[in-house]
Design a protein around this ligand. Structure first.
Ligand code: GDD
Ligand code: MN
Length: 374
């Protein structure tokens, strides 16, 4: 049978859902040449092993196992680029997306009347009741409204994770997609310059079969980061912007801790025992350590969420390396600022240059030395 459709299933901890998903695809796509590409981010539950077991039984199942990476969008992109099928679909592996829609979507795309078909949770005739998550319905509606405003894309559900398009359309623009976050459909629609003719299919969005959602915790954060990446990311890279913002918060933390320590030392009963400098040095040191740890934790959770260090050992080594990086960053900062002041610059602009230089240094080094493949 000729290969007509590639189905991409991005997975993270979906071991229990895979076999039944492949069964459902097999039934839904009877008479159609298809393959499924499981793109797994090295799930701890062994999803990739399960996918390989299935692939040994049925060669239409293929597996991409990514090591040291995370992200729904980038997984979807890599999966879509990995099929030789002329048409490709992306859907969730947890049974929330009904595979019975695939033949109708395929007919729409193959007819040439449409450039893209997708399943909407919010179209006429769709439902989200079975999902059982009114909070997420609200969040999705809000995100959809913002997305429509910002991108001019007029769909009822541009956040949908269930869509299909000619593989060539995707391949032509794959290098321009941001690959950040989860809103891959929106990203495609906003990136492909010629307006795409889109066919919408109402979807009865089901409850997840096994396991739990990976997007619950980060969905809003990732959405905002994704928007930023699309609109300002080309001038100030998203990661650096995040790193810088967290650095700014770190300064606030530093000042707060310093104030607390100075107040403690300033308490009357201590004044006689400790000279002022000791209080300041103690405060400044504590504050720097707390602020640096705060920055390390936040960068690990947010800026480098896709390369997050886990477990006691890696976290301790990471922290130590981050501390070392920051120490050198501070030297660069002070060195540059001092040099500028000697050249006759005002103290504040000189300090600012020092801070920017130190931040760039910290960012460049920590991205390699702390969260990179070193
Ligand atoms: N490879 C990979 N890497 N796959 C991932 C990752 C990741 O980092 N995160 C999630 N996935 C996979 C999941 O295993 C699942 O198959 C699919 O992507 C969707 O993830 P869920 O965790 O089930 O998301 P959800 O149900 O909460 O979110 C739904 O709504 C979003 C919009 O609000 C989904 O339909 C999403 O596709 C949709 O974008
Ligand atoms: Mn889901």
């Amino acid at each position: 049978m000729t290969l007509r459709l590639g189905v991409v299933l991005p997975t993270y901890n979906e071991r229990g859902n895979l076999r039944s998903m492949v069964d459902r695809l097999d039934k839904a796509l009877a008479g159609i040449g298809w393959e499924v590409i499981v793109v797994d981010d090295n799930s701890p539950d062994g999803t990739a092993d399960e996918a390989r077991t299935l692939a040994q039984e049925d060669a239409r199942v293929r597996v991409i196992q990514r090591i040291g990476r995370r992200g729904l969008s980038s997984a979807a992109i890599e999966g879509m680029c990995a099929t030789a099928a002329p048409v490709v679909a992306v859907m969730d592996a947890d049974h929330q997306h009904d595979p019975d829609l695939l033949p109708q979507m395929l007919a729409a795309v193959e007819s040439g009347d449409y450039d893209l078909a997708y399943a909407s949770r919010f179209a006429e005739g769709a439902s989200t009741e079975a999902w059982g998550r009114p909070d997420r319905v609200k969040a999705s509606n809000l995100a959809n409204r913002i997305a429509n405003k910002v991108t001019g894309v007029e769909l009822t559900d541009p956040m949908s994770g269930y869509f299909m398009l000619p593989t060539q359309t995707l391949r032509a623009d794959a290098h321009r997609l941001s690959g950040v976050g989860f809103k891959i459909l929106l990203d495609i629609l906003a990136t492909v310059e010629r307006p795409l003719k889109v066919k919408e299919f109402p979807l009865n969005f089901a409850a997840r079969a096994e396991g739990e959602s990976k997007l619950d915790r980060t969905v809003i954060f990732e959405f905002l980061v994704g928007l930023y990446d699309k609109w300002l990311g080309r001038w100030i890279p998203t990661r650096f912007a995040l790193f810088g913002t967290i650095g700014g918060l770190g300064v606030v933390v530093h000042m707060a801790v310093l104030a607390v320590v100075l107040n403690l030392f300033g308490a009357d009963f201590l004044v006689s025992h400790y000279p002022k400098e000791v209080a300041f040095i103690a405060g400044q040191t504590t504050a720097a350590l707390v602020a640096m740890t705060f920055n390390f934790v936040l960068n690990n959770e947010l800026t480098y969420a896709d390369k997050r260090l886990r477990g006691f050992g890696p976290l301790m080594t990471g922290w130590a390396r981050f501390a070392l990086t920051c120490a050198f960053g501070l030297l660069a900062n002070i060195g540059a600022a001092t040099a500028l002041v000697r050249l006759g610059f005002h103290a504040y602009p000189a300090a600012l240059v020092g801070i920017v230089l130190g931040s760039v240094w910290n960012f460049a080094l920590s991205s390699k030395f702390v969260w990179g493949k070193y």
